[in-house]
Write a protein that binds this ligand. Structure first.
Ligand code: 48F
Length: 280
């Protein structure tokens, strides 16, 4: 028997077959909209590699300052190590020093002890992603940054490929997004800093000139140094979050996230200054 709701859709689509038209409409909308998004990202002010808390916060403040920002994350769901709280207990601790950032991003928190507060980690991660995209940052998920654009002694963009292509070891060449500034927010592995040092034989702005690698856990010290270590480690290349401590050989800190948020904000401020200086 013929379904009445289907014949209404046939009318709406000017009498053409529902199956013919609707599928094409859906595909055309997605393809055109997606390629328009890529086109807008070919020449960026800031390319942010890694969508953990520090990268998302950096994307939020840079987009809010009016810059062209894209954040690339290899996972289907950006958010890095924040979704799962600690050992999948989905709560996180944030110091009050980072409260202005929580307020800027309109995240909900409850007071805890000794100048800290508690947040639901799913609410916090979803909230960061929502506010960053609302501010105008474009997020490309399932993108792995496998290299950088490197010209005249400066990092000038990112070389990207689909994560499934890399996982399957397919021999497929990448594409590039150029950028005035690049942020390594890749977390514990400091992937972009390692790649820049290894491939180009250059010295980074660290005690050894290379990626030193992170130390074991000291929550208070790790939090303090994450912010201190957030800097431009090579012309055009900045580091934030756990990558900042990894590059400079400092401590990990576990499920306390104020340092990550403040590091992301500091990275955005440094990158903003660099973008403005390049614009003259
Ligand atoms: O590790 P991650 O959450 O970065 P973060 O901002 O925060 C660290 C904390 O989550 C936690 C901690 C607590 O205080 O120590 O670990 O430093 O997120 C890093 C993101 O980068 C992505 C990865 O999928 C993750 O979402 N990523 C890593 N390498 C690449 C990448 C790459 N080469 N290309 C694209 N994305």
């Amino acid at each position: 028997m013929r379904d009445a709701s289907r014949s209404v859709k046939l009318d709406i689509l000017h009498g053409k077959s529902y199956h013919e038209v609707m599928e094409t409409l859906i595909t055309r909308g997605i393809v055109n909209s997606y390629f328009e998004k890529i086109n807008r990202s070919l020449q960026l002010d800031a390319a942010i590699v890694g969508g953990g808390p520090s990268g998302i916060v950096a994307a939020y403040y840079l987009a809010k300052a009016g810059h062209k920002v894209a954040l690339l994350d290899r996972k289907l769901a950006p958010g890095g190590g924040m979704w799962g709280g600690a050992m999948m207990f989905n709560e996180i601790v944030v110091q009050k020093d980072a409260q202005p950032i929580l307020d800027d991003l309109q995240l909900q928190y409850r007071d805890y002890e000794q100048g800290t507060c508690l947040l639901d980690s799913v609410h916090a991660t979803a909230g960061l992603l929502y506010r960053a995209t609302e501010a105008g940052a474009l997020i490309f998920n399932c993108y792995s940054v496998e290299d950088v654009v490197y010209k005249q002694g400066r990092v000038g963009g990112v070389v990207v490929n689909w994560t499934p292509v890399l996982l399957q070891h397919m021999h497929v060449d990448p594409l590039t997004f150029t950028a005035k500034t690049v942020l390594d927010a890749t977390g514990h592995d400091c992937e972009i800093a390692r790649t820049v040092a290894r491939k180009n034989g250059v010295s980074l702005c660290t005690q050894t000139g290379g990626v030193i690698g992170e130390m074991s856990m000291d929550a208070a010290e790790g939090e303090r140094t994450t912010i201190e270590n957030t800097k431009e480690i090579y012309p055009g290349l900045f580091v934030s979050g756990m990558a900042a401590n990894g590059v400079s050989g400092s401590f990990r800190m576990g499920p306390i996230f104020g340092g990550m948020l403040m590091s992301g904000k500091k990275a955005a401020e440094l990158m903003h200054a660099s973008i403005c200086a390049q614009q003259g």
